[in-house]
Design a protein around this ligand. Sequence first.
Ligand code: FCB
Length: 456
Amino acid sequence: MIFPESFVWGAATASYQIEGAVKEDGRGQSIWDTFSHSPGNVAGGDTGDVACDHYHRYADDVSLMRELRLAAYRFSVAWPRVQPDGSGPANPKGLAFYDMLVDKLLEAEISPYVTLYHWDLPQALEERGGWTDRDTAYRFAEYAEAVHDRLGDRVGHWATLNEPWVAAFLGYGNGVHAPGRRDPASAMRAAHHLLLGHGLAARRLRELGAQELMLVVNSAPVLTPAQVNDPEAVAGPADAAAAHRIHTLLTRQFLDPAIYGRYPEEVLETAERNGGTGHIKDGDLETIAAPIEQIGVNYYNPCVVEAGPGEPADAAWPGSEGVRFAGADAPTTAMGWPIVPDGLSRLLIRLSRDYPQVGLMVTENGAAFDDVVENGRVHDADRVSYLDGHLREVHRAIEAGADLRGYLVWSLLDNFEWAEGYRRRFGIVHVDYSTQARVPKDSALWYRDVIVRNGL
Ligand code: FCB
């Protein structure tokens, strides 16, 4: 099973999850510092204070990437390193770190894919309303420009936001993520302002000469329980309506504005019932629809739903009244997430049909398992099987005509898995948090061979 010549192989990480060094070189506080330091928010009371200490170990980490033959590395920039208070002049020391990282990557012939926002909003902006405040979108575009000014001569691949659904609906809806607010109206506002920030930043970056722009979404096929193991299963009208509604809230809420410059009717109705639509101003949708080259797709598992008459809306899903979130008849990872590899091809094929104007890239895919180090090795056969199964589906989607340009495994390193802390290990490289020793797991060695062979 051989992939196209131009197919890009790589791995992804995010700033707060790996960097540590939260007080160094003028870095300001982010909402994740505040949130993780507030008892009860993160399993085990874990914080990103030290994480993988990548801030000090980036050079070795890049050497490791090179040994694994990665062609691309997606990382995120910590906004509070660049603008400690979220606005005003850039902090040169904060930018210097990414400058050195980019140089190391280029020396190793690894293409940098920069994500500008992977959830670490400066705390100072949260205090002024965070993403519920329209001004944050403008601040984001200003920050994007500062990063481009420093890295744009060497970086061609830019992602504005990582998973705006998660940032809005777990951050401001059910409060499982920072800043931990629980208010459906705030979540709807945050979602719109994130999109506005995306559009403003994309336009700014384009003017500055950025070659390739992308929006990264957490998308998933929304299936009824019967469809998990039988793609041909036909849902009854009530279940089909439930699935359509969740697909709209999860995927169309973000991609329809970004690609077509319009909100689905159901999203506007949901906003209307949750605080109103007054925050959506004339011209916003035009801004949001700034041309981009690619959609980044983060896929872990399908979303499984059925009709649930009388069900109230889930806190993370304003507009989900009458929908029941169901389990899947499938094996699960250590996160409890069902393993459904062909969910990925179903998703990619659908996105390529619904949004044919843009290319696709799998910007995250991977799995957490309870890995153990034995005699200096980690035999993570279940991760190898997860990755192998999903890559076969990526190949299937390409054969079916999807314009799929690359695949980035989540994650290079075990890291701070948000509300789950360090107990969930997603890396293809094991990290011992007491010594910071890195040990490539069997999956890393397997992945290296896949890359070298450009296939399975
Ligand atoms: C995604 C996030 C990423 C990581 C994986 C497991 O939602 O983008 O940071 O936590 O999930």
